[in-house]
Design a protein around this ligand. Structure first.
Ligand SMILES: Nc1ncnc2c1ncn2[C@@H]1O[C@H](COP(=O)(O)OP(=O)(O)OP(=O)(O)O)[C@@H](O)[C@H]1O
Ligand SMILES: [Mg+2]
Length: 424
């Protein structure tokens, strides 16, 4: 997942260039700057009357190799596409997307004459019997969940050595797609989506399901404004942190939203991991920045463990105090300091959406965060409204400025009085 919305594609025009540029940066095969430099070059070439495909410029300048490009353009290998055409009971129509782990196809389920989405896992996962067991068990169990804000899991199966996951087809975009268009969400719009996803999580948490991979790419938005959590019931690899690190350099979603306990690899990851990831997602939506950046998955994961969070309203002063408080509670590093249940979280999210103060967010803050704010964090200054001003000590500079201003006014009044007296 890209750190910043990537400012590419608009000028060059073609949608496939935009897609390619994003995919390369996501896969960490190139930096946004390298891709932008190639786009600039492409524009110069076009102006000079020698137009060239972006892919060609990228290869000629040595930013990526031809085989890397091929893999990015079509992560599913050819034998996979061939086999897919024949999954019994389905007519594969077209590829609709691909992530780090799999490709997703639009298909017709012949028995019910309906459109579905089929996610095909790569063979290497199908070769791991432990994974396949979980894949089938979790997929079947998730198919029993039913909620308007969850992308419905329908079935799991295996064909020609590939495991596939059949789900509801969602005609829409992901939150990630929206943010890639350089969109920073307004608080209200972000809350509307996050509340729907919190409802999806509440439903699944109450039934014992933990998602483990809540992130902008897994939130789909339909045209009528419904948000749906995707990949519920899709088995993850056993150890999230190890999986992220092992996939380094490949198209693994960089762990921008992973909870500290998943980084630590605790065996009993619970609903609070989803609350953390949902908080990180909300943070990104309203600030335009991921909570922690780093040059490698390991560096980012380390920050989830240790680095204090920059409060979201330091990055976007328009945010309400309540929202900042709720996000910080969701993203407490110690899961005991997060919300004690997803219903409690939902209550607070709904309160702040109505403009009311959150009930719980003020309890159990990370003391280090408070210290950080009170030690004159530069970002706190110049914040016109919101969290910083309400924190103990954070307004110190404001108090000092107020005293100085009062003294000046007083001085001016005395001088005026003296002048008036002298004139008399
Ligand atoms: N049920 C669905 N209906 C329609 N489109 C879908 C559906 N599920 C996934 N997609 C599309 O396919 C793309 C790939 O999904 P996939 O879950 O494989 O990867 P991802 O979640 O985007 O990223 P990552 O692999 O990094 O987790 C999504 O970004 C989305 O655009
Ligand atoms: Mg997904």
């Amino acid at each position: 997942m890209a750190t910043e919305p990537i400012p590419v594609g608009q000028k060059t025009g073609t949608g496939s260039d935009t897609y390619l540029a994003r995919a390369l940066v996501d896969a960490r095969l190139a930096t946004a700057e390298e891709v932008q430099a190639c786009i600039n070059k492409q524009q110069k070439l076009a102006a000079a009357g020698t137009p060239m495909q972006l892919s060609e410029v990228l290869v000629r300048t040595g930013v990526v190799t031809a085989s890397q490009l091929k893999r990015i353009a079509n992560p599913a290998d050819d034998s996979m596409s061939q086999s897919l055409q024949q999954i019994p009971g389905f007519q594969i129509m077209q590829k609709i997307g691909s992530g780090a782990m799999a490709s997703v196809y639009k298909a017709k389920q012949l028995s019910l004459d309906r459109i579905v989405a089929v996610k095909i896992l790569p063979k290497r996962l199908s070769e791991d019997p432990e994974f396949v067991k979980r894949f089938i068990a979790e997929g079947r169990a998730a198919a029993k969940l039913n909620h308007n804000n969850i992308v419905q899991a329908i079935d799991v199966g295996e064909y020609a050595g590939y495991h596939y996951f059949v789900m509801e087809f969602v005609d829409g975009r992901t939150v990630y797609d929206e943010m890639a268009k350089q969109r920073v969400y307004e608080e209200k719009a972000a809350l509307d989506i996050i509340i729907q996803i919190a409802k999806a999580l509440q439903h699944s948490h109450e039934r014992g399901f933990i998602h483990r991979d809540v992130k902008p790419k897994n939130i789909m938005l339909t045209k009528d404004g419904t948000a749906k959590l995707a990949d519920m019931g899709l088995a993850r690899q056993a150890n999230d942190a190890a999986a992220a690190e092992a996939e380094k350099g490949r198209a693994f979603g960089t762990p921008y939203y992973i909870s500290p306990e998943q980084v630590r690899g605790v065996p009993d990851v619970d609903f609070r991991a989803d609350i953390y990831s949902l908080g990180a997602t909300l943070y990104h939506m309203v600030t335009g920045k991921v909570p922690f950046e780093g040059a490698s998955p390991a560096a980012i994961m380390q920050k989830h463990l240790k680095e204090p969070l920059i409060p979201p309203d330091h990055l976007n002063p328009r945010l309400s105090t309540g929202l900042a408080e709720v996000v910080e509670r969701m993203m407490a590093k110690d899961r005991n300091k997060r919300y004690a249940s997803t219903s409690d979280l939902l209550t607070d999210l709904e309160r702040i959406a109505r403009g009311e103060a959150p009930l719980q967010a003020r309890e159990g803050f990370d003391d280090k965060l408070l210290e950080n704010l009170t030690t004159g964090d530069e970002a706190a200054e110049g914040v016109g409204s919101g969290y910083a001003q309400n924190m103990p000590g954070a307004g110190k500079s404001g108090v000092n400025a107020g005293l100085v201003a009062a003294a000046i006014v007083e001085g001016v009044l005395i001088i005026i009085l003296l002048v008036v007296l002298i004139m008399k």
